[in-house]
Design a protein around this ligand. Structure first.
Ligand code: NDP
Length: 375
């Protein structure tokens, strides 16, 4: 009902500016970097629900999922989320705006928004089924948004939300970690040097855990600087050998995937509630390949059988997922303001160089985050 209202309809505050177009980088089909197209005529976001806000984007962070989505990753799953009743034709997601992190300023609030006002400085992680932040403006639910840390620039702030809410979801919601239960816990982070890893190391270190990471040899100093207590170089040979020689772990966060599941769960303390949480799951591939219903069945069957197999050996096997959360970002902001976590911006690109920013992310070997300055 609301979506048919004009932008200047009754759900909007009186300050609606009634613009209809804005600059953005969009894709009109899935493919490699050449599908990225700059336009000055992207549709201006619309407040469809009274709990939504329009944010003027100052900086946008890129993530590996942006490169994957450019190539069609998650198309079936995300289309279902965008259009659950399957009313629209296939391809209706185009022109699609990528970019999952935003730091900016609230430009407009729906009438039910109480916690934010126009001109508030905010940050957010944008769910992949919504239009992204490689645009001048983006519309979000107020519960996905949080006031940004005052001590950070917009560029720095845009390096945090997506990886932070993913790490929060995996470590807190799935892994059961909290600031008051980490002291003396031994945590292993497989793949410490990228976006999620650099955030996760700082978070669990701030909560008092002992942190071991795996990374390339050339990232060792960098990760020790972020708080890692022990670093294992995966380029020197199979990591399972040096890791097996260490005291066992209470929790493993896997940012690498591949064959790690074959050996990593043996590194956990058995029968003590220890958990292996992997962020590299076949969930989207299953639904893209098999369709939503069969894909979900396949996913449920896979995770249930693995969880049961490992439970019989006394350890917990879990899949972790990104979850948008303004309240998690509120807690993360407090940690940033308390100087417990710092942003790790590896490289910044101007809005005219978005394709180069994608190339950078696609090359891999991240040491923190790639951020685009929008305005
Ligand atoms: P990045 O690309 O930012 O970082 C990956 C890092 O891993 C790089 O620093 C890379 O550096 C390092 N690396 C590569 N191979 C290994 C290895 N064998 N051992 C140790 N380190 C390695 O990715 P993100 O941090 O953003 O994401 C991490 C993973 O989590 C990705 O697979 C991503 O798709 C997934 N993810 C899943 C989400 C979900 O909802 N399930 C949400 C967010 C992320 P180098 O190659 O130089 O060693």
């Amino acid at each position: 009902v609301h979506s048919s209202l004009p932008r200047c309809g009754r759900l909007l505050s009186t300050s609606s500016r009634c613009r209809t177009v804005m600059p953005a980088w969009v894709i009109d089909k899935y493919g490699s970097n050449e599908v990225l197209r700059f336009t000055k005529n992207a549709s201006f976001p619309i407040i469809n629900y009274p709990n939504e806000v329009i944010v003027k984007v100052f900086a946008a962070g890129l993530n590996p999922i942006d490169v994957a989505m450019r190539g069609g990753y998650g198309a079936a799953t995300l289309s279902m989320k965008r259009d659950p009743l399957n009313i629209k034709q296939s391809g209706s997601e185009f022109p699609l705006v990528l970019g999952r992190d935003v730091s900016g300023v609230i430009m407009e609030c729906g009438l039910d928004v109480k916690y934010f006002r126009e001109r508030d400085e905010v940050w957010a992680a944008i769910p992949p089924w919504k239009q992204g932040s490689l645009a001048e403006f983006v519309v979000l639910s107020a519960n996905e948004v949080s006031h940004k840390p005052k001590c950070l620039s917009h560029i720095e702030a845009a390096a945090i939300p997506y990886v932070a809410t993913t790490a929060w979801s995996a470590l807190v919601n799935t892994g059961g970690l909290r600031k008051d239960n980490c002291a003396n816990k031994r945590i292993l982070i497989l793949g410490g040097s990228g976006g999620v890893g650099t955030f996760a190391v700082q978070m669990v270190k701030a909560w008092g855990a002992h942190v071991t990471v795996t990374c390339s040899q050339n990232a060792e100093r960098f990760l020790r600087g972020l708080g890692a207590d022990h670093v294992v170089d995966y380029t020197a040979g199979p990591v399972e050998e040096p890791l097996s020689a260490l005291e066992k772990f209470d929790l493993i966060l896997d940012n690498v995937g591949g064959d790690t599941e074959r050996w990593a769960l043996k590194l956990l303390k058995p029968w003590s509630g220890s958990k292996y949480v992997t962020l590299v799951t076949p969930f989207m591939q299953n639904t893209d390949r098999l369709g939503v219903a069969d894909g979900m069945m396949q996913t449920a069957a896979t995770v249930a059988s693995k969880a049961l197999k490992h439970l019989m050996k006394g350890v917990h096997y879990r899949w972790g997922f990104f979850a948008p959360s303004g309240s998690a970002l509120d807690e993360i902001r407090d940690m940033v303001d308390a100087k417990q976590i710092r942003p790790v911006v590896e490289e910044t690109f101007s809005f005219s160089h978005v394709p180069q920013a994608f190339e950078k992310v696609e090359k891999g070997h991240a040491r923190g985050k790639t951020v685009v300055q929008i305005s």
